[in-house]
Design a protein around this ligand. Sequence first.
Ligand SMILES: Nc1ncnc2c1ncn2[C@@H]1O[C@H](COP(=O)(O)OP(=O)(O)OP(=O)(O)O)[C@@H](O)[C@H]1O
Length: 489
Amino acid sequence: SSIGGAAKRVFDLRDLAAAEVPVEVPHFELDEDPAFWMDRNVQVLVRLRPISAAESTAYGQKRCLIQDSSKTLSWTGHPETMFTFDHVACETISQEKLFRVVGLPMVENCMSGYNGCLFAYGQTGSGKTYTMMGELSKDGNELSNDSGLTPRIFEYLFARIKEEEERRREDKLKYICKCSFLEIYNEQITDLLEPSSTNLQIREDIKKGVYVENLMECYVSSVKDVMLLLLQGVANRKMAATNMNSESSRSHSVFTCVIESHWERDSMTHLRFGRLNLVDLAGSERQKSSGAEGDRLKEAANINRSLSTLGLVIMTLVDVANGKSRHVPYRDSRLTFLLQDSLGGNSKTTIVANISPSICSSNETLSTLKFAQRAKLIQNNAKVNEDASGDVMALQRQIEELKDQLTCLRKQQNAPGPPSFLLLNSGSDREYNTLAEDHQSSCDLSLLKQKVSHLEDVLVGSLRREKLAELDIRKLEAEIKHLNRLVLT
Ligand SMILES: Nc1ncnc2c1ncn2[C@@H]1O[C@H](COP(=O)(O)OP(=O)(O)OP(=O)(O)O)[C@@H](O)[C@H]1O
């Protein structure tokens, strides 16, 4: 059916909200738009799930929402409010379609060296886990109709990796993927792949950026490898829930995959990194006041500081996007500290807001829609994490040149006569000059050696951090310029 158009209008949509018995819900096809991410870094999709048996028993088919198109829906409470998002996935959208709209482009982005993040937000039972994980096959092989975004993302990723490595065999292109899986509950981080590792700490390092200390990372090369990690993590999540008396709906899980590619061209090795975070957030029903004021905010903060800080961070980022100068409280919670790049930073981020259309969770649904509406206003600044284009490539070349010049200088020093450039000197003080400059050049030489090796460290460090800070690049350029002057005089 046409983009944004209703496939079927069985009757006036307004009747739907009041209907007590099952009626055919209109289907709105989603638009797959590969060009979306070219000039945008944040996407918000709202997903409705079908009314559940429990909701139907309690309230029949009565709805708090009616969907108007593949981008708009109206909340039918008071006052009736219309919302517009990048996508509104109706109740009949399949897992496969959802993957094609939000998962597939994310894989392509990460393979090209962008950081990517997918969040599922919503109240308990709204479909976050169904969206992110869905059904996980026991043997890790076959996906089913109910498999969610994560298994589909990795099935597609490994197929694309195979295709790309084949296509660019001449460049010796290779991808390496490593995954980790953690849970944040009560502001404590537990490693879901090694559940005895609990209370892990977040560190920030000039080379690595923000990372979780001692978190297990596993290399994966097939969808089966990933599926086994997911099954292991999900089982550990349940175990931890019993031991710690937590509920999955009160904890956040973060599955991360770092996708690194390297290839050779013009006798240089090129590197790219993309970090993909797949986040299943805690149920938002008790955090309705996320980002709200006063006591309600405090109350929410006590229940789940990470979720309420997320609301606050988003509110602040919206101010920042509007040109206000504000401190963004990333460090006030584990979740926002860990995912700061995904919010207002170097990442292409999709927020999936899950909602139930049933009248029985009308207020929670409205609060999720408001959260999603705010999130739409965040502005990220995503860039390719690579070391072989533009400035960095030029820097590498200059370092190579410096090395050549050093080798040359060293040779001249070791040669029996004075260095060749000193022969340009003439006159009575030539001998004195030669001696002085010989001393000078040996000082320069050791200084240069130190500086070049330092430069290499800094450069490698800045690349390893998966973001190429402009400041680092400017400093490197200045240092190299200085070195060039030293070598040439
Ligand atoms: N789009 C959907 N189509 C069919 N069933 C769905 C859909 N979304 C969710 N469900 C079903 O609804 C139930 C609740 O979903 P789910 O467990 O994903 O919620 P949740 O938001 O992750 O809850 P919690 O916060 O408690 O973990 C599950 O039985 C799930 O299979």
